[in-house]
Design a protein around this ligand. Structure first.
Ligand code: ADP
Ligand code: MG
Length: 635
């Protein structure tokens, strides 16, 4: 510490070790709760900054803080980050040998570490309990606390036993628990199973302001072109592309590889070793893009993911929010783009149809199937909506919204309005003629007068309504039907074979009601020949952020982008020397801040967000030098 006096308040700790100026929403409240000796449960979205909520008080509490964490990779990441910030921390898990564990425990017993990460299974071992009984432990933190609930996807039986361990400890340690999963059931499970005493439960909003949501309706081929263009125009940005199946992953991987993209892949069909290598290549920025199934992501804290593209629609909004949420953990702008085609709905149905229901009885299976199909419908609703995408997500998770966000694809779209009142009557007529026995595809096919053999088989070609809407497009009719479902004129049944039935159409028949469908204006068709854009044009993250300070000219902005690139290279170099992922050396946010502030000395460097005392000492000079030599050659 340059001032010589150790930091004693949470804010001083934040500045000195982590290099940040202020706490974010929820952090102060959690930290104050813990420091007052009370249990705490925090439900905050990914990237909100849950780690600091227990790390800051851990440094102020007299004894050790034990952090229970479900995954080795998460522990390693956290410990590396803490060490980089100049805080002594360690992890104890199965990646260490017995000898290493004993050594770590003996250091810990001597008070070398303030924070120790452990896997939940470790708490059940005699040697660890004996250590814990003889060392003052001020707090037990349960990270990813939803793993305690059998209702979540990540249930981990050992989490149930954490409380048995804590109850044996002398001195009544504080318990704090953290998760991003906010369902009532999970929240109650956490508080009940961990036996939290009068806990302060802090729930912050679901909104991730820095994420830009976007949906594109494209066919398979157009999707490939979209991705190719996107990567070409964002050459220095790290991104994840999620595909629904392993086969999709492999095919897209081969394609991008051929085009010379720096790409790797990840799915459950690959061997453990190769998967681990792929993951590391991505985390250490050796590969720009990873193409993966939803097996990828748990345990990835990489903060500089600038885009998450879904090649297929996921099966639920929960999945989507979690996967897309891996973008922009550092709080900098990031994009979440979903490429939708109607085929995706079929793929999802197939995947859900092959789900394993072992150990469930008939009724339970039926209930789960209904739930799955409802979730899928609402996911499709996200892809079809013409309203604000952010609001759709927030409302899905139970938040009330007020106005459109002006930061998503739909808010930035232009619309045209179609009067489809007559068409709506034909849709009802068609469903009536079908006596509610068929699904959306057949209804649309009939109205369009399609020549599909199936329509002949069911006798639809002789219906009154057959071909009556042949002037419309399939997409228009889809929009109309999804709007009619929302308005209650049509009911879409749940379950594997969902069919359309006539709902309450009273006012459609009597009142002089108009059905207006909002539709996106035709966009310029994506084509392979689309000119390669300047990577630092406005859309690109680096330039848009780096050049955003008031009064910067275009020339200035590209100068800043060039500096950003130089600093990124230096960061990569240092990351190699230190054997840590680049984002642990400095986040993108920190590099961008340097590009805006041009620090010229140590004091100015300390003003950069994310530069604390320890990192200043370790890397400050090298970055200052790089900036000053850049300035002298680029004035
Ligand atoms: P979570 O566990 O909630 O998903 P993390 O604890 O991993 O999120 O934090 C995400 C990122 O936000 C990290 O890069 C962290 O350093 C940063 N961060 C946390 N708190 C602050 C703050 N008060 N100011 C600036 N950045 C912060
Ligand atoms: Mg976390």
């Amino acid at each position: 510490m340059n001032s010589g006096t150790p930091p004693v308040t949470p804010l001083q700790i934040l500045k000195t070790y982590f290099g940040y100026d202020s706490f974010r929403e929820g952090q102060t409240e959690i930290i104050d709760t813990i420091l007052s000796g009370r249990d705490a449960l925090a439900i905050m979205p990914t990237g909100a900054g849950k780690s600091l909520c227990y790390q800051v008080p851990a440094l102020l509490l007299p004894g050790i803080t034990l952090v229970v964490s479900p995954l080795i990779s998460l522990m390693q990441d956290q410990v590396k980050s803490l060490n980089e910030a100049g805080i002594h921390a360690a992890y104890i898990n199965s990646s260490l040998t017995e000898g290493q564990i004993n050594k770590a425990l003996s250091f810990a017993a001597r008070g070398v570490y303030k924070i120790i990460y452990v896997a939940p299974e470790r708490l059940e071992t005699a040697s660890f309990l004996s250590f814990a009984l003889h060392t003052p432990i001020s707090m037990v933190t349960v990270d990813e606390a939803h793993c305690i609930s059998q209702w979540g996807q990540d249930f981990r039986p050992s989490y149930l036993k954490i409380i048995d361990f804590v109850e044996q400890l002398p001195g009544n340690p504080i318990i704090s628990a953290f998760t991003a999963t906010a369902t009532e059931v999970v929240k109650n499970d956490i508080a009940r199973i961990l036996k939290l005493k009068n806990p302060n439960i802090v729930v912050t909003g679901f909104d991730r302001e820095n994420l830009y949501y976007q949906v594109e309706h494209l066919t398979g081929k157009q999707k490939d072109i979209f991705i190719q263009n996107y990567i070409e125009t964002h050459p220095n940005e790290s991104g994840i592309i999620y595909c629904a199946t392993r086969k999709n992953v492999d095919t897209l991987y081969e394609k991008l590889l051929k085009q010379g993209v720096s790409v790797t892949r990840y799915h459950a069909g690959m061997s453990n070793d190769i998967r681990k290598k792929s993951q590391d290549d991505f985390i250490y920025d050796r590969a720009q893009v990873v193409i993966a199934t939803n097996a990828f992501g748990m345990g990835i804290d990489k903060s500089n993911v600038r885009f998450v593209i879904h090649y297929n629609m996921p099966q639920s909004m929960e999945n989507y929010y979690q996967e897309a949420g891996r973008a922009g953990r550092d709080g900098e702008p990031a994009k979440c783009i979903l490429l939708f085609s109607t085929q995706d709905v079929m793929i999802s149905k197939l995947l859900l149809g092959s789900k394993d229901f072992e150990g469930m009885d008939f009724q339970e299976i039926d209930q789960v199937k209904r739930q799955d199909s409802r979730r899928l419908q609402l996911m499709e609703g996200y892809c079809m909506t013409t309203s604000c995408l952010r609001n759709y997500i927030l409302e899905y998770f139970g938040e009330t919204t007020h106005q459109s966000c002006d930061n998503c694809g739909n808010c930035h779209q232009e619309f045209e309005e179609l009067d489809m009142t007559l068409d709506a009557k034909w849709v009802v007529g068609c469903i009536t003629e079908m006596r509610g026995r068929y699904g959306q595809a057949l209804v649309i096919g009939t109205l369009l007068g399609s020549k599909k053999a199936r329509l002949k088989d069911i006798g639809a070609t002789s219906y009154n309504c057959y071909g009556q809407l042949e002037n419309r497009t399939e997409a228009d009719l889809r929009l109309l039907i999804s709007q009619m479902i929302r308005m209650g004129y049509i009911i879409q049944t749940e379950g594997e074979y969902s069919v359309l039935k006539v709902g309450n159409i009273a006012d459609l028949q009597t009142k002089n009601i108009k059905i207006i469908v909002k539709k996106f204006k035709e966009k310029e068709k994506i084509s392979a020949s689309k000119k390669r854009k300047n990577p630092f044009e406005k859309d690109s993250f680096s330039a848009s952020k780096v050049g955003s300070s008031a009064g910067t000219t275009a020339a200035n902005s590209s100068r800043n982008s060039a500096l950003f690139e130089t600093l990124r290279q230096l960061r990569l170099q240092i990351a190699k020397e230190e054997s840590v992922p680049p984002y642990i050396v400095f986040t993108d946010k920190t590099l961008i801040d340097m590009c805006e502030k041009f620090p010229q000395n140590e004091d100015e460097m300390l003003n950069v967000s994310g530069v604390g005392q320890n990192k200043l000492k370790k890397y400050g000079q090298r970055f200052l030098q790089e900036i000053s030599s850049f300035l002298s050659t680029n004035h």
